[in-house]
Design a protein around this ligand. Sequence first.
Ligand code: HEC
Ligand code: HEC
Length: 310
Amino acid sequence: MGDRRITALIAVGVLYAGELRIPLGLDRYMPVPDSNPLRAESAAVGRRLFFDKRLSRDGSVSCATCHDPKRAFTDAEPLAVGIAGRKGARRTPSIVNRGYGRSFFWDGRVASLEEQVLKPVTHPDEMDLTIPEALARLKSDPAYPPLDERAMADSLASYIRTILAGGSPYDRYVQGGRSALSADQVSGLKLFRGKAGCANCHVGPNLTDERFHNTGLPGEDPGRFAVTKREEDRGAFKTPTLRELEVRAPYMHDGSLATIEDVIEHYDKGGKENPNLDPEMRPLKLTTREKADLRAFLRALTGTVSEGLQ
Ligand code: HEC
Ligand code: HEC
């Protein structure tokens, strides 16, 4: 029975976007702007750009340097490292399933992928190249069609929409595969949805509400406040997906938590007291056993990552 449902889901995914295969567990509908329909040729150009180091001033860094496919499109650095070892202010987020995103960057300062994707190219601590310089470098390369700024942004955005993570033991369990999770993991799932309150924010197919919360991490980063100028948004950051956690330590916007065990301790303590702490953050008083079960459950959120259109 489980298998038939899986086939149906994939079939709908294929119908929806031509060749986009939606892995088990994700929403079959991905919002794509009318101005930039998902096309195989465009996504393929975007993929080429994503791995092209010529988009950085000294030719040493591509998008994939920080968003490494082997690590669910992030890296191992607590804070991003761009050209010439320049250190950024935040951790590189995983960009799996961002096609479902409503706003981009940790503070949500950008409203679409088309608007987001060229910002790292010009950012002085990341790739540090102007767009005209980038276009001039690619102009004589027959591997690319003629590109302007708009075509470059559209194709990178299309490629990012194809980067999907799903098909985890958790997804199989939700689809009715009762043996997909161990008994410890099932207990952990109950805690995740109940006593530990994780699902208050990490909710839905991509395990994020796409909203902003202050989870009581130390540090001076204003987070969402920089966008809204509302005091209550100070220190709030966008809820990240929890998919593929196992391959993408360290965690949080500042990369300050080295392991998943550290993350669980952080939530168990309820985060650092501060005026904007989210009301859902409170000491959880989890037992050692409960922490272990929650840990076991989080392991079930790692499945498969796919990219590109076949
Ligand atoms: C030097 C490392 C680095 C490079 C190179 C880099 N990024 Fe990023 N990326 C980051 C960091 C750090 C953030 C978060 C920044 C913030 O929130 O202020 C980010 C955020 C993003 C996001 C938003 C994710 C979300 O969940 O909101 C996307 C999409 C993205 N990058 C795509 C790209 C693309 C496309 C390129 C190449 C053109 C690229 N990145 C190059 C480090 C990098
Ligand atoms: C109030 C909303 C909220 C609740 C409740 C919550 N989270 Fe989070 N979670 C967030 C936000 C927001 C972030 C990013 C915080 C930051 O970096 O400043 C985050 C980050 C994480 C990360 C790091 C992911 C990454 O990409 O770096 C993990 C792991 C995580 N949460 C697991 C959990 C678990 C397990 C629970 C339950 C014990 C939980 N969360 C409860 C909102 C929440």
